[in-house]
Structures are given as C-alpha cells and as structure tokens.
Design a protein. Structure first.
Length: 292
C-alpha cells in the first residue's frame, strides 16, 4: 500500500480550493482561434506565471502538482494558442503546474514516445510533481470543469474522449491519445511510452497495451465535459501510409515489449541538447536519434 503514498500530498484535498473552484471555473468555453496573438502580449497577460511556465495558487494550497508535457514540432502558432488557452484554465483549476514543451532536433520523422519519456525523466530530475499530463499541442479544451489532475492513483484518465474532429464521439474504445493524465508512479509502472514508433500515430495505442499489462485501463470524463476542439492542420499523408505496416507490427507485440522498451532504455537513444526556462514554459530539445 505504501507505494502510492508518494503521489498525492494530503494538501491536495483542502476544502478551500474545492469551494473556491466552484465559483472560478466557468464551464463551457468559447474557443477563439486568434492567429495574431504574440508571445509578448501573452507574457503581459500572464505575469503571475514564473519563469519556466510554473504557477502555484497563493490563496490556498494547490489541489495537485502537475506537469503538462507538450511535444511540439514546427507548430509555433499552435503552441502560442495552446499557451494562451491553458494558462488561465489551469489557474482557475487551482493547480500547481508547470508547462513543459519537448522538441526534437531531427527534422525528419517525429518520435513522440521518446520525446515524452525523455522529458519526463528530465522533469523527475528537476521538479517536484505528483501527476503528469501528456498533451497534444493541437487540442483545445472546451469545458474547464474537465480537471487537469490525477485523482485516481491507479487508473489514468483519458481527458479527451470527445473531439470535434470525431463529432464529439470516441472513435474507438482503446483510444488514449490526445490528452492523457496519470500519476508519476503509474507512468513509471508501465515503463512510459514505447520508443519505437516513428512518425504519426501508434504510440498511444501501444500505451493502452501497457495499461492492460499492469491490470488497469482508463477513466474518462463525461463527453459533455471531455470536449475539445482540434486546431486544423494538414495531415502528413505520406508519413501515415509509409508507417502503417510498421505500426501494426509493433502493436502486435506491445504485450511482450513494454517492460524492455520505454523509460528504462530511452537514454540509449535520446540526448538533451538544450534547456530553456522561457517565461511561459520550460523548453527541452532532444536529439532523439535516427530511425533504424
Ligand atoms: C489511430 C492512431 C492513433 C491516433 C488515432 C487518432 O489510427 O495513434 O488514430 O488520431 N493509431 C495508429 O496509427 C495505429 S487523430 O486523428 O486524433 O490524430 O491517436
């Protein structure tokens, strides 16, 4: 039983925050995709945010200590919209949080699993947190009652079951992509994400296999609350088709691979090349190695 004691501090359940939050969160949010917003303007609007994108409530103890990891590649305009959208929401939710943007040096295929794993290990080294949220940069929350924390120690929470692109319906039962919250302990328990998925897709389906392997799956908010707008972008069709067979072969072996492929070997592939404590986020850049 002792193994779960570390993840959520008793401070988390202070009634003060619960009570206040009722009045502060606003429920349904209007999504404003404002392309002209710039970083300076955003900084001015978020002066309470500390360097590295850290914020903690002053009027009561935080409900949870959360790291939000956002992988990013060539999508600065999305990232700015993301930051503009989420900083105020997370503050209304009375969380202690840090935004971590993780990027790769390589300009060719993306490896999201490696970026997530490597960023998580850097966070473990440098910061104190209970809960980690893996977040796509193109997903904008439509209802701030969807809490960005981990209240169940053993069941991660798939926060994004209802996305506009899929007409607000879960496209398939095992989907955990988009926005996924889990305790720090749980992420280590499943050995993180696989390091072997290149290009778009698959690493999230593989995560489902890992959760099943440790006898858990996910909770989800009600679809009226777990609602997101996906910022539109061109799909890299070539990348998708090229990798499909490869992804399916890997998925077939999730159950036997998970304990060898993940957090425990990501350092064999990834090197941290840059760290910056920007005003609204911590920025890690990794050399993620090359596709075999
Ligand atoms: C599946 C992908 C997932 C992805 C999901 C939704 O096909 O990684 O689509 O993607 N699985 C495989 O490729 C094996 S979305 O349209 O939201 O970008 O998360």
């Amino acid at each position: 039983a002792g193994q779960f004691n570390l993840t959520v501090s008793p401070r988390t359940y202070q009634p003060c925050c619960k009570f206040r939050n009722r009045f502060r969160s606003v429920g349904h949010l209007k999504i404003n995709i404002n392309k002209s917003i710039d970083l300076d303007e955003l900084r001015k609007r978020n002066q309470g945010v500390k360097k590295g994108g850290f914020w903690t409530p002053h009027d009561c103890p935080p409900r949870s200590r959360v790291i939000i990891i956002v992988p990013h590649r060539n999508r600065w305009s999305h990232l700015i919209q993301w930051l503009a959208h989420y900083h105020p929401i997370l503050q209304r939710q009375k969380l202690e949080y840090r935004i971590v943007v993780t990027e790769q040096v390589q300009r060719n295929l993306f490896n999201k699993g490696r970026l997530y794993n490597a960023a998580f290990l850097e966070c473990e080294r440098a910061f104190d947190f209970d809960c980690v949220i893996f977040h796509d940069v193109d997903m904008l929350l439509e209802n701030d009652h969807n809490m960005y924390w981990c209240y169940n120690m053993t069941r991660p929470r798939h926060l994004s079951p209802a996305v506009d692109k899929f007409r607000y319906q879960l496209p398939y039962h095992i989907l955990v992509g988009g926005v996924l919250a889990m305790t720090r302990h749980m992420f280590k328990r499943v050995n993180g994400f696989s390091n072997q998925f290149w290009g778009w897709g698959g690493e999230d389906d593989d995560m489902w296999g890992r959760l099943v392997a440790v006898n858990t799956t996910v909770d989800r908010p009600h679809p009226t609350i777990g609602r997101y707008t996906m910022i539109k972008h061109r799909t890299r069709k070539g990348e998708r088709n090229f990798m499909l067979t490869y992804r399916l072969v890997l998925l077939a072996t999730s159950g036997s691979r998970w304990s060898r492929d993940g957090l425990n070997d990501v350092r064999d592939y990834c090197k941290l090349t840059q760290v910056a404590h920007e005003p609204l986020f911590t920025h890690f850049v990794f050399d993620v190695g090359n596709q075999p």
